[in-house]
Write a new protein. Structure first.
Length: 529
């Protein structure tokens, strides 16, 4: 009778494979003592050990240091195994270094943990460190309040292209605050703002601790250049100025909520919908143009760019095809020009009698001109400068997107721009740009409803007066229950009324930083709603 293949395989298992199997079982069960016993037996029996064996044991040791009863044994055998690995000339990899760095940090030796990471490139076959590889040294230096060494670790991370996440930024913020490094505190608050939309509870506690401390009350100046601060807000896309600490005196830190129109329920300040900054906007426009030149006839797109330079006063761009074909029968080639006209007129009325720009493909225009009723409407649009038609063979997506970015204005389309081509532009700031500029629409029983950009962004915000609002991660989808940190100077509460039932009774005194326009950063007035 033929032997069962699984039994045959198990019976032929060599010592190295058997050791690996049993070691993995110990790792899954978090059985450090069992793994150590296996390791001692393997050494006694001269079992040939490989990188995977050592990594499994080191991983288990590094994960056991959190248990006070196991910590001494974990440290002893962890370093012993690493020395053994070196003696056998078994080459470590990134997982090896990460585990040993964790052991070093648990021992309080942040310097050794950092040296391990720095030596990876030259000693370990060009193994590349990851975020987790740096964490032991970084967190250990932060806990030891050695701010300079922590900054050195961060600098090394930047040098190899490893990006910090919330936990690392919060640790650097905390050590900066406790060491009184006020400029660094300001820097890391902005780093959190740019990379973390809503902070965790633990990060919120770090922020609260700083603003309630004595050092925070000493930062800033009572006299500051308000014009320069305002300039910074406009240049940066709203919601932050980046000019350093402004104002003087103690801070008032409260936990509160924000009503639907963006007013803080604690201080009454209007939060803003944050845009990408000027530098990012120009890069974005350049990226769109570069991609368009790769896919369009260059002369056609260059002609459009030149035309746009001469017609740069539009406050809204309209994706004509997207609206005309909305809920239409594609099999019949249906195009509802009335829907498009409704959008044009609505935008015209909302913007103080300023016409939007409708981008429409030439082949679509030809079809509309064949119908007498639609032809009259098209001719009226042409007369008022509403229409730009893209040439045959072109993709009008590139035209309306470039116009909206370049002119920093609203874009009316339900196209979510998830195409892989759009992904080439970069998802992070692209999504932030869409939040601020894209207008969605619906037609319910023929009635148009525009969904304007939100009145405020879920992101850390710094006002022109130097006040801060910090959103926390919420466990629900209900924004009215989201917790925010409201951080102001005492004077910030003197001139504002309590926000009640979602309406501020003192809108006229709301900080000017709230002013945004239908044209993004081009004007300072609230967006139509």
């Amino acid at each position: 009778m033929e032997e069962h293949p699984k039994k045959k395989k198990k019976g032929c298992r060599n010592p190295e494979t058997k050791f690996q199997f049993e070691l993995n079982s110990c790792s899954k069960a978090k059985d450090l003592r069992g793994a150590i016993s296996l390791y001692d037996d393997a050494v006694s029996n001269n079992t040939r050990l490989n990188q995977h064996h050592f990594n499994a044991l080191l991983y288990l040791c590094s994960n056991s240091v959190a248990d006070p009863s196991l910590k001494p044994t974990a440290l002893d055998y962890g370093f012993r195994a690493f020395r053994h690995m070196s003696a056998l000339a078994v080459l470590p990899n990134e997982a090896t270094v990460t585990a040993v760095a964790r052991l070093a940090a648990a021992k309080g030796d942040a310097d050794y943990a950092f040296e391990l990471v720095k030596s990876m490139g030259k000693n370990y076959n060009n193994a590349l460190p990851r975020l987790r590889t740096y964490d032991p040294a970084l967190f250990c230096f932060c806990e030891m309040l050695d701010a300079d060494k922590a900054y050195e670790v961060e600098e090394h991370m930047n040098g190899v292209g490893v990006s910090l996440e919330e936990a690392e930024l919060a640790a650097l913020l905390k050590v900066s605050a406790r060491c009184g490094r006020v400029d660094k505190v300001y820097e890391y608050l902005h780093r959190l703002r740019s990379s973390v939309r809503c902070v965790s509870e633990s990060t919120a506690v770090v922020i609260e601790e700083w603003f309630r401390g004595s050092k925070a009350s000493e930062v800033g100046e009572a006299e500051f250049d308000a014009g320069r601060v305002k300039e910074g807000v406009l240049r940066n896309g709203g919601g932050w100025h980046g000019q350093g600490w402004v104002g003087k005196g103690d801070w008032v830190v409260s936990r509160t909520s924000v009503v639907a129109d963006g007013h803080c329920c604690c201080c009454g300040q209007q939060l803003v919908c944050v845009d990408i900054d000027d530098v990012e906007t120009e890069k974005f426009a350049g990226s769109v143009a570069a991609l368009a030149f790769e896919r369009e006839v260059k002369a056609n797109f260059s002609e459009f760019q030149a035309w746009l330079e001469k017609h740069a006063s539009y406050e809204a761009i309209v994706d004509g095809a997207n609206i005309g074909l909305y809920q239409q029968n594609f099999a019949d080639g249906g195009f509802n020009i009335s829907q498009l006209d409704d959008v044009v007129k609505e935008l015209y009325n909302r913007s103080g009698k300023k016409w939007p720009l409708v981008v429409l493909h030439n082949k679509r225009l030809r079809g509309l001109m064949e119908n007498p009723s639609s032809r009259r409407l098209v001719e009226e649009w042409m007369k008022n400068g509403v229409l730009y038609t893209t040439p045959n063979g072109s993709n009008d997506d590139w035209y309306w997107l470039f116009a909206a970015v370049k002119l920093r204005c609203l874009l009316v389309t339900n196209d979510e721009m998830r195409d892989h081509i759009f992904e080439l532009i970069g998802s992070n700031f692209f999504n932030q740009w869409k939040e601020r500029h894209q207008v969605h629409y619906t037609f319910v029983k023929g009635n148009l409803k525009l969904q304007m950009p939100p009145s405020y962004s879920l992101v850390i915000q710094e006002s022109e007066k130097g006040y801060w609002h910090v959103p926390l991660v919420s466990g629900t989808s209900c924004e009215s229950t989201r917790c925010w940190l409201c951080i102001t100077r005492p004077s910030g509460h003197d001139a504002v009324a309590t926000v009640s039932n979602g309406v501020s009774s003192l809108d006229s005194q709301v900080d000017e930083n709230s002013a945004t326009s239908i044209a993004g950063k081009r004007k300072e007035r609230s967006p139509p709603s």
